[in-house]
Design a protein around this ligand. Structure first.
Ligand code: BDR
Ligand code: CA
Length: 319
């Protein structure tokens, strides 16, 4: 088990956050999940926290859930209920959680969890929502950066956006937080839209999942089906499962094209606010950039591995 990575997931479940956690839960040989911290994004903090608690127990994980930031650093919240539903999970109702919330202060909880790692061990942070908690953590407790191995995040894009022509949701929601994280100097893998738009589950596999007896397959199928009926995907053959690209990259880096390049965040009030400015001019920098950007992905392999993981977890839990 010593090859497992210590992982803290920080997200805003969220249909694709929910599927991402399923992928992580299906691979205990690779991931030692330490905690889930929540952040306002796809839905309000109370809703995403409730969802995270339900998901953790539904997937058979014995990890604490802590409630994170209520609002972005400067901006007002803009939830995404049109894509993720009123409850944030495609209106799929999982059983109520039994275990209490571990903490009402996600930032402090992150600090304490990282600080209590065994000597010499580090953690990989996997943010799949706005970067508010991670930015606050680095501002309030900068010393924890020494214990962070890598940040593998979903957010941004080298080309294009999904909220504005150049703004991707997680970065656009809290650009100031994203700027703090990208400027942290830590190794970052940016799983942005260039790759995540290519990574999804198609209508055929979704229908099959929905028709299975296992509760995990059915729940994932129903959530993805909600995505497929949303304004973004209704005319598309598959729904992108953006957040799962983080864990998929850690499991199967060979199915992605990863390019190192400097990334900065537009925090202006102009039309590119929230844009991740990716500098592809590799002749233009002397030192190696700390950020790796995923530029392409093998869609077929992604779907194969992801759907396989849903079945694996379902079989293991026997629900
Ligand atoms: C990101 O935005 C959210 O709606 C999803 O959960 C994902 O993290 C994709 O742009
Ligand atoms: Ca998310």
């Amino acid at each position: 088990m010593e090859n497992r990575r210590n992982i803290i997931m920080d997200g805003d479940p969220g249909i694709d956050d929910a599927v991402a956690l399923c992928l992580a839960a299906a691979h205990p040989e690779a991931f030692h999940l330490l905690a889930f911290t929540t952040v306002t994004g796809n839905q309000t903090i109370d809703k995403v926290t409730e969802n995270a608690r339900r998901l953790v127990e539904f997937y058979g994980l014995d990890i604490p859930v802590a409630k994170g930031s209520v609002v972005p650093i400067l901006r007002k919240i803009e939830t995404a209920s049109d894509i993720h539903g009123k409850n944030g999970m495609g209106n799929v109702e999982l059983p109520k959680p039994v275990k209490p919330l571990a903490s009402e202060n996600g930032v402090l909880f992150l600090y304490e969890t990282i600080k209590s790692l065994p000597e010499g061990e580090k953690v990989t942070l996997v943010p799949t929502g706005p970067l508010t908690n991670i930015a606050l953590l680095f501002r309030v407790f900068p010393e924890v950066k020494e214990r962070v191995d890598e940040i593998v995040l979903m957010g941004g894009a080298a080309f294009g956006g999904n909220v504005t022509p150049t703004g991707e949701f997680n970065i656009y929601e809290d650009p100031e937080a994203a700027a703090i994280v990208f400027d942290s100097g830590l190794p970052i893998v940016m799983c942005g839209l260039d790759a995540t738009n290519l990574c999804g589950i198609d209508r055929e596999h979704t229908a099959k999942l929905m028709g299975e007896n296992g509760a995990v397959c059915r729940a994932v199928g129903q959530m993805v089906q909600f995505y497929l009926e949303s304004v973004v995907y209704k005319d598309k053959p598959y729904a992108s499962i953006h957040d799962a690209v983080t864990f998929m990259y850690l499991l199967h880096p060979e199915i992605f094209k990863a390019v190192k390049m400097p990334v900065s965040v537009d925090c202006s009030e102009n039309k590119n606010r929230g844009m991740t400015v990716c500098d592809i001019r590799d002749w233009n920098y002397d030192t190696e950039p700390s950020t790796t950007v995923l530029m392409d992905a093998d869609s077929v392999k992604f779907q194969e591995y992801l759907v396989e993981a849903v079945y694996t977890l379902d079989r293991r839990l026997g629900k």
